[in-house]
Design a protein around this ligand. Structure first.
Ligand code: V47
Length: 358
């Protein structure tokens, strides 16, 4: 069967097929990705009302793409106190926030309790909030620096109030590229092991892929298929799994990667569409508007994506590297943008239960 026949017959695609998908023109690719998106999610575009908090930017790892961590290009090191954090949460719940998304750098100056007490403090005061926190890179950091197994860190996270894990730290799984962009950080197989252990405990998480830097198309296909393979295991065990896959577009400012050629919108949209077509077992593909821009994220809703992330309120990781996301977007803007695109805005909770269809 050739690739078009496979697409028409909804056959599971392999690595070679993935490479062939990039050779299709954008509109053919978009047509099949949109079909798959509509089969899974109709014309719904999901978003949530959330607040991102990044409690510290002091990092013992040096990822060359990162402009957020304090280093010689960003000399504004900070570590928030728990009082600072709860004030932010007090403020944001007044605006109807349902999810707190917490991602930190790997800070050796604070204890593991400092990391985990944040969750307990928020949960004690606001039991209804969903806490999505701790990338697999942070889990690996706490395990390595404290002599814990991954399972022990994950059990503590659950005990202290974490409800689901964000998808960060995956970057690109190809070991050669990974070595060049984030040597020393959690390895690809460790990232997968951490998520699989979390899933085996019955919890859900997301998965990201950072693209548009040194990686090639085949590295992206390989990355996506490693996620699909991992999701197969979760589904087989009927426990936990990935809710959403999030291709993050590399932002170029204030970091140490010497990239000369940047991706255009066609390649970005193709990558979203290919993610949708290859990941037949992950229900949602998120166009994280902070890295794709809201305009392209809206177009991406017709090229396989069905989610925009959320209102965010304050964003520090991507905006440090040039994204225009530092102040988030309000809910009305989300709803208007989705409606004027002829799609259906759906406010969701963190696990994709529908809160309100507009
Ligand atoms: O893993 C760092 C990325 C991620 C840059 O699970 C960059 O819902 C682009 O985990 N250009 C952390 N990206 C963010 C994260 C996340 C974000 C949104 C939603 C979810 C979710 C998770 O930020 C890191 C890294 O890949 N990042 N620097 C940069 N220059």
């Amino acid at each position: 069967m050739n690739i078009l026949e496979k697409l028409k017959n909804d056959v599971r695609l392999d690595y070679e097929d993935g490479l062939k998908l990039y050779d299709l023109d954008l509109f053919t690719l978009g047509k099949f990705a949109n079909q798959k998106r509509q089969n899974l999610n109709d014309k719904k575009v999901y978003f949530n009302v959330n607040r991102h908090i990044n409690p510290t930017n002091l990092c013992s790892d040096v990822c060359l793409f990162c402009a957020f961590s304090a280093h010689r290009k960003n000399d504004k090191a900070y570590t928030m106190s728990h009082e600072d954090i709860i004030k932010i949460v007090d403020d944001t719940v007044k605006r109807g926030t349902k999810e707190i998304h917490i991602v930190s750098a790997h800070n050796k100056n604070v204890s593991w309790q400092w990391y985990l007490e944040i969750f307990k403090m928020i949960k004690n005061k606001y039991p209804f909030l969903h806490i999505k926190a701790m990338t697999a890179a942070e889990v690996d950091f706490l395990a390595r620096t404290n002599g814990f197994t991954y399972k022990e860190v994950l059990e503590k996270m659950a005990e202290y109030g974490v409800n689901s894990m964000p998808g960060g730290g995956a970057e690109i799984f190809n070991e050669e590229v990974r070595k060049r962009i984030c040597n020393g950080k959690v390895k690809s197989h460790e990232w997968l092991e951490i998520h699989e252990t979390w899933h085996s405990m019955g919890y859900e998480s997301n998965a990201t892929m950072l693209f548009g830097h040194l990686e090639r198309r085949d590295d992206r296909i390989d990355h996506i298929l490693r996620i699909r393979n991992s999701q197969d295991k979760a589904l087989k065990n009927n426990k936990g799994g990935f809710n959403a896959f999030i291709p993050l577009v590399y932002q170029r400012n204030n970091n140490f990667l010497k990239i000369k050629k940047f991706l255009g919108s066609v390649e970005i949209l193709k990558t979203f569409a290919i993610s949708r077509l290859l990941l037949d077992n992950v229900k949602h593909i998120k166009a994280y508007w902070a890295t794709s821009t809201i305009n392209l994220a809206m177009v991406a809703q017709e090229f396989g994506c069905d989610d925009l992330d959320g209102t965010i309120e304050k964003e520090s990781i991507q905006s440090s590297a040039g994204a225009v996301s530092s102040n988030g977007l309000n809910m009305k803007d989300f709803i208007d943008l989705i409606k004027t695109s002829g799609l259906i805005p759906v406010q969701r909770d963190s696990l994709y239960n529908e809160i309100k269809v507009y």
